[in-house]
Design a binder for this molecule. Sequence first.
Ligand code: ZN
Length: 351
Amino acid sequence: MEFDKEKWMQMPREIYAGHGVINKLGEMCQRFGLKGRVLVITGEKTYEIAGESVVKILKKSKYDVSVIKTGMASRKNLSEIKKAGKKYDFMVGVGGGSKIDLAKKASYDLGIPFISVPTTASHDGIASPRASIKTNGTSMSMEAHEPLGIVADTEIIMNSPYRYLAAGAADVIGNITAIKDWELAHKLKNEDFSSTAYGLAKYAAQEIIENADMIKPNLEESAWIIVKSVIVSGMAMSIANSSRPASGSEHLFAHALEKKAPGKALHGEMVGVGTIMMLYLHGGDWKGIRDVLRKIGAPTTAKELGVDDEDIIWALMHAHKMRKRYTILGDRGLNKEAAENLAKITGVIGR
Ligand SMILES: [Zn+2]
């Protein structure tokens, strides 16, 4: 048989993480050989936090800078940015999740480079090749590109609300069940598998788990650990060329819960609770993961998520339908009794 394997992956070319690294943004753009006009995508709040500095730094490096202060990652905002972006040579996204997603997707569609300047690390999108854009109320993961560069300033990130950081940590902890689901899909459905991506995704989650004591408010080290893990998680997705290593049944649950009770909890918070329950189904150490989530101050119950017990049950019963992705939930999902039992046993509901 002839050799017929092939593989394509995209990685960021430079990553700057640490205290005060925002000041290196101009030099980074110059090293990339970027010239001309740059469009900075940010929000009202994130402009004050970091956008304004980004503009100054880019101007100092002789770039012609314009700013769009946008809102949520909706189709409408995306098309506005794409329309405006036609005149520019590259884009810089400055913000938490939505601004990065908008800049990433718009620059990808326009075929221009994109640089990511996260102001928080609430989910693993800051360093992944995918963008999540809201369509008719639900978030859709869309094909985009990796940032050419990432500038993750831990001083800025540390000052974002701690709740976002804890959610980012919980999102990466979700890799624990995502890789188990992936292994299962590989064995049962012959799905493509990469042991390199598997190993990286696992490592990212373990970094959070092992350093859980260091993840707390007002400690810059927390931002460092989370940013590092989020970036490694993004690399795992790049290598797999899919979100598979970082998104399994725990994400299906989170998507279903977002659909049932929109806007109640952060993405990563729902992923964390999903991870506890899905790890129970996998026969793993769900209590250990629950304790880690408690330690870092992420929700572990319906009450802490701000949703009703019924929402959890509904999400468990409908999670398998959220997207075509084989997981421990199988093709049919859980019935009502099984969903209730699972949520009760793991202490997610009924307390
Ligand atoms: Zn996620």
